[in-house]
Write a protein that binds this ligand. Structure first.
Ligand code: CTP
Length: 406
């Protein structure tokens, strides 16, 4: 259908990049990138009208996103519109503009294009030897300045290599190491660096990629003292175990696995260095407020729990509740991964499955009726009541009111 719209508008339409790479590797990829030789926005709007899709256009970039009725998304880009400059020699200019567009890409395996127009449907365009590198399982740059132009590609190289089970082509690895030695990655802005790191930690198995980043000397760009060793290996394995364990609890709160791995990766950094890392990565304020900013508190509370367990006497439910509430799930799993203690796991699951859901049986109106005055003491009494309920000291609404009267 995309190709037919292209044909009607006289534009060549291609599937490009990761989508074609994964198609040839027989890997599922819902992320379809389309490049149109011509005006991509006109193309997207025409297609959207004909097929009842929504469309978001970015005039400045000549790009658009098509949102399909199924919820899927298609990214539409234009080749650089050389098209309009010399309409007389359209066919050659047309073809060379796709070629130039593909030339800007990071690795040969991402430069393949698949024509979607009906008259050439399925024809593969391979200007830079992408098919050969796919066959030979190589991640290869197109030219010597690739990492200089865009040092985030150092991370992308590792991600593709590890995800696909490929190798860095030796010359490419040399160029990457040179880029590292020249400190080019230093120049990458925090936001982009964070983007690359999260992409890596979101991979199904992030550990090999982290190991490889360390071997290539990429970790110090995140923080000068970030190290990789057996302790990190161990913590990643424990994090994976904690995540798998959480999945089996079938709780509705979703978990960002990458965040647990991020905490594992930065575990050895003390609080000031951890904060420097968050700053270097331009961590958004809302992430700090909701999650990463609570690392110190989570560690302290887990220590308190461990000490409690060491005492041999069982820890009161209300104490477990007080220590674990308001700690985001990712930090709970990080805390478990660090300790690896079976008993702690039992406490956390007891908290997640039962304690976190305990509520009072009496209402605010009930408390008001028995004469609890509004104001700060109201909240304090409710908290004491909840603690009593968690510890089984009160079991019914009447118990609660009796307790509150006292
Ligand atoms: N690209 C690039 N340099 C970058 C980022 C992206 O050249 N720093 C190019 C790549 O050729 C890539 C395309 O832009 O194919 C789209 O980028 P992205 O969606 O990040 O890559 P995918 O290959 O689709 O990766 P993934 O499978 O992880 O989505």
């Amino acid at each position: 259908e995309l190709g037919r719209t292209g044909e009607r508008l006289g534009m060549a339409v291609y599937g490009v990049g990761g989508f074609v790479r994964d198609l040839l590797l027989d890997i599922d990829n819902q992320d379809v990138d389309i490049t149109v030789e011509g005006d991509g926005i006109l193309f997207a709007e025409t297609f959207a009208r004909q097929h009842g899709c929504r469309v978001r256009s970015h005039q400045a970039f000549g790009t658009a996103v098509l949102v399909l009725p199924t919820g899927g998304k298609l990214d539409i880009a234009s080749t650089r519109l050389e098209f309009y400059e010399s309409p007389g020699v359209l066919p050659t200019v047309e073809r060379s503009s796709l070629r130039r567009d593909l030339h800007r890409r990071d690795f040969t395996i991402n430069t393949l294009a698949l024509c979607l127009n009906p008259d050439r449907f399925g024809r593969l365009i391979d200007h830079y030897g992408g098919q050969k590198d796919l066959r030979e399982k190589m991640v290869r740059v197109l030219h010597n300045l690739s990492f200089v132009e865009d040092p985030t590609r150092c991370f992308r190289a590792v991600r593709f290599e590890q995800r696909l089970g490929f190798h860095l082509e030796p010359h490419t690895e040399g160029l990457l190491r040179t880029a590292v030695r020249m400190g080019l990655v230093e120049r990458v802005g925090g936001k982009r660096l964070l983007g690359e790191l999260t992409s890596i930690l979101r991979e199904r198995e992030p550990l090999p990629a982290v190991r490889r980043m360390a071997a290539l000397g990429l970790l110090p760009f995140i923080h000068a003292e970030l190290r990789f060793g057996d302790d990190v290996e161990h913590l990643f394995a424990e994090s994976e175990r904690a995540l798998a364990w959480y999945e089996l609890l079938y709780l509705p709160t979703p978990v960002e696995a990458w965040a647990v791995y991020f905490l594992a990766l930065t575990d050895r950094l003390d609080s000031p260095k951890y904060r420097e890392t968050c700053t270097r990565l331009a961590m958004p304020g809302r992430w700090l407020q909701r999650l990463f900013g609570h690392r110190h508190r989570a560690i302290k509370h887990f220590q308190a729990l461990r000490q409690g367990l060491r005492g041999g006497v069982s820890i009161a439910n209300s104490r477990v509740y007080a220590l674990l509430r308001n700690i985001p799930i990712e930090l709970l799993l990080y805390g478990l991964a660090r300790s690896g203690q079976e008993e702690l796991r039992r406490l956390v699951s007891h908290y997640l499955v039962r304690l976190a859901h305990v509520t009072l049986l009496s209402t605010g109106a009930d408390l008001h009726d028995i004469g609890v005055p509004p104001g700060p003491s109201f909240g304090r009494i409710k908290e004491r009541l909840l603690a009593a309920r968690l510890d089984g000291e009160v079991r019914s609404r009447d118990d609660e009111l009796e307790f509150a009267r006292r």
